[in-house]
Design a protein around this ligand. Structure first.
Ligand code: SIN
Length: 270
């Protein structure tokens, strides 16, 4: 396995490992260590992985999450299908910076996305380093935020998705999480708010909450903490939702972009 940093901000590219085959204990440990060091891994030079094998691959890292509102593959509820094309009315719903499903009480540890069809150009994904976003704050701001929690809600976001799918059993998870979370493995502190799901700072009045969130969203989205990944066919990205945000850019309409994602369950943020 060859690991090459993608940028000083975050990310690494990995070649020399075929993800369609079984992974040894040594390889798994190496991937986990590299994942915790670089926050997002891009496995390159891959073949298209079958849904069964992608589920198997995800399970090396933990139990898989089943998304209540995402388009799924028949017979594979763990697979979240990403597909945009000339008839798409909305993008895949990831066009603002977010951490996947942060509205869950135990939000996901990470997500693995492989793209099989790419637009001729465009369709990049951006990632932002939330350790860096936290570290860039002043000590006073860090200690102010340290005690605060925020609500993460889904109704405003999942409603449109459900309408597109004519879904009957609608679920709208919500949770309250610390604004500064400690990564359970690296023990580093990261900002944990995002425009998609974070709606309110607990204990502040509405006006204060709006101002603080506006500031934090802008801060987290500074280019200083980001990378922009240009996909190759069949690349598999594996991102850590506990210390990064990401955003898919829908700049390629009416071209097609298609892939599959599995999401690995996480633990309660602290
Ligand atoms: C996602 O948030 O899972 C989608 C990312 C992408 O399509 O690049």
């Amino acid at each position: 396995m060859i690991v090459k940093p993608y940028s000083p901000n975050l990310g690494a590219m990995i070649t020399g490992l075929d993800l369609s085959k079984s992974i040894s204990e040594t390889e798994l440990k190496f991937i986990k260590d590299t994942f915790h060091e670089f926050q997002v891994l891009f496995f390159q030079e891959q073949v298209e992985i079958s849904p069964e094998n992608q589920i198997k691959l995800g399970k090396y890292f933990g139990e898989l999450h089943i998304h209540p509102a995402a388009p799924k593959m028949n017979n594979y509820p763990e697979i979240f299908e990403i597909h945009t094309h000339k008839d798409s009315k909305i993008s895949n719903g990831a066009e603002d910076f977010h951490s996947d499903v942060s509205c869950d009480t135990e939000p996901p540890l990470g997500t693995m996305l492989q793209l099989h069809i790419l637009p001729e150009y465009g369709g990049d994904t951006m990632f932002a380093n939330m350790y860096m976003a936290y570290e860039a704050l002043s000590d006073k701001m860090k200690s102010f935020l340290q005690e605060l929690h925020a609500s993460h809600e889904s109704e405003h976001f999942y409603k449109d998705r459900y309408e597109n799918q004519n879904k009957v059993n609608k679920q709208y998870p919500s949770a309250i999480h610390p604004i500064v979370r400690t990564h359970p493995v690296t023990k580093k502190k990261a900002l944990y708010v995002n425009k998609f799901f974070t709606t309110r700072v607990e204990g502040l009045n509405i006006e204060e909450s709006k101002l603080i969130l506006k500031y934090l969203f802008q801060h987290c989205e500074k280019t200083d903490f980001q990378i922009r990944y240009r996909w190759n066919k069949n690349d598999m990205a594996f991102w850590d939702n506990r210390c990064t945000l990401h955003k898919a850019i829908w700049d390629y309409y009416p071209m097609e972009r298609k892939g599959r994602r599995v999401t690995i369950k996480g633990t309660i943020p602290y």
